[in-house]
Write a protein that binds this ligand. Structure first.
Ligand SMILES: [Zn+2]
Length: 393
């Protein structure tokens, strides 16, 4: 037997799934639908567009104005489905057995549907602090929408105190995850005949020195893992080279080389330290050697994406609230990234807690168990009660 609010969440989820909001595609129809729904329930909404004006974020508020509120955050984009074997149309919600099937059911329109289904209830409460709902674009391609949203909150002086990011955690309370920083470093030297390598600047040779230094730094990072790293697997900040492209033939000095690499910092500081150490090595060792032969030689690093981690904090009000509401006293850390670190950078207390399993995310026949949806609705109901002013006697 489903609860009444679950019926309403499923109805909303059906509509959300029907918007094929694949990352990098237009999500404005979904945002317009959610805005209309929220406004009808009495929420104040702001829609902002991305630089191409084809994607949008929605920020809605219920309850009082001002700072110190709580944000319920979800991304509206989903990963594509075309090359996967689906039993049914991924953009048509199907209820089979005790689960709901469709692209985005668990990652993460299920959470959004649960939040929207609670809005009429929240609107009736005498809320003691603002309750915000943040729906963002393009999380799967680097948290682009959330990045824009946090900048706008900062610009507009809106300072919520807490955030719950509803990524699928099976309603476990997640208080930390590593960051994911991705880079491409380009080396440009000068070519020449392979028989006289010292007359040219071989970019591959310099790229290998760069990689050797990166790996050395990676080894150092193992040694400085603190107690806050212990719950991660592996329990330290990692670096990794994924691809190298360079050169044109065995007997030609390689003019160009590019190295695609990444790191997964446990702490923001680790990430900063790796970048500083590499820049110093390039500026004081590699570039002077390259430019001694060829003054126009270059090393340039392009930032592909820097998704900040969520650092475990000794004090975290969002964690306390989520633990109390879910009854899951044991918190955890995870290996996947979310927009949580972006909110944490605004000095907010943040946890990740949402319905469904990350194992179903991005998979064919992605599904959300109805029990998970019910558990999320029960947390959200408790949240409403905890934000309500005590009755005056
Ligand atoms: Zn997600």
């Amino acid at each position: 037997m489903k609860s009444e609010v679950a019926e309403s969440a499923i109805e909303i989820l059906k509509q959300l799934i029907a918007f094929p909001t694949v990352s990098a595609e237009d999500n404005r129809a979904l945002i317009a639908f959610a805005a209309e729904y929220l406004e009808a329930a009495g929420a104040r909404t702001t829609i902002t567009l991305d630089p191409t004006s084809t994607k949008a974020n929605l920020f809605a508020t219920l309850g009082p104005e001002g700072n110190g509120g709580i944000v319920l955050s979800g991304h509206t984009d989903v990963v594509p489905a075309p090359d996967q074997e689906w039993t049914s149309d991924p953009f048509l919600l199907q209820e089979r057995g005790d689960a709901l099937y469709g692209r985005g059911t668990c990652d993460m329109k299920g959470f959004i549907a649960a939040v929207l289904a609670m809005v009429p209830y929240y609107a009736e409460l005498d809320l003691a602090r603002p309750l915000h709902i943040a729906l963002t674009y393009d999380e799967e391609t680097g948290c682009l929408g959330a990045r824009q949203l946090v900048q706008e909150l900062k610009r507009d002086g809106i300072e919520p105190a807490l955030a719950i990011i509803g990524e699928p955690t099976e309603m476990r309370v997640i208080e930390g995850h590593k960051g994911c920083y991705e880079y491409t470093t380009y080396f440009q030297g000068t070519d020449g005949h392979g028989s006289d390598p010292d007359k040219g600047v071989n970019s591959i040779h310099y790229a290998t020195k760069f990689i050797a230094r990166l790996l050395e730094i990676g080894e150092d990072l193992k040694g400085r893992a603190g107690p806050d790293s212990a719950r991660y697997s592996p329990p330290w900040t990692t670096v990794q080279v994924g691809q190298i492209h360079g050169g044109i033939a065995r007997n030609v000095i390689a003019r160009d080389c590019e190295v695609e690499w990444e790191m997964r910092p446990v702490r923001v500081k680790d990430g900063e330290d790796v970048k500083t150490a590499l820049n110093e090595y390039c500026d004081t060792v590699l570039l002077p050697q390259m430019q001694a032969v060829y003054p126009d030689a270059k090393i340039e690093t392009e930032v592909i994406g820097e998704v900040a981690g969520l650092e475990v904090m000794p004090e975290n009000e969002a964690r306390e609230i989520a633990v109390a509401l879910t009854g899951n006293a044991e918190t955890d850390v995870v290996s996947f990234g979310t927009e949580a670190g972006l909110f944490q950078a605004l000095d907010m207390a943040v946890v990740v807690c949402g319905p469904g399993s990350i194992r179903q995310a991005h998979q064919p026949d992605e599904f959300l168990e109805i029990d998970q949806l019910e558990a999320c609705l029960s947390m959200l109901t408790g949240l409403g009660a905890s934000l309500t002013k005590p009755a005056r006697t």
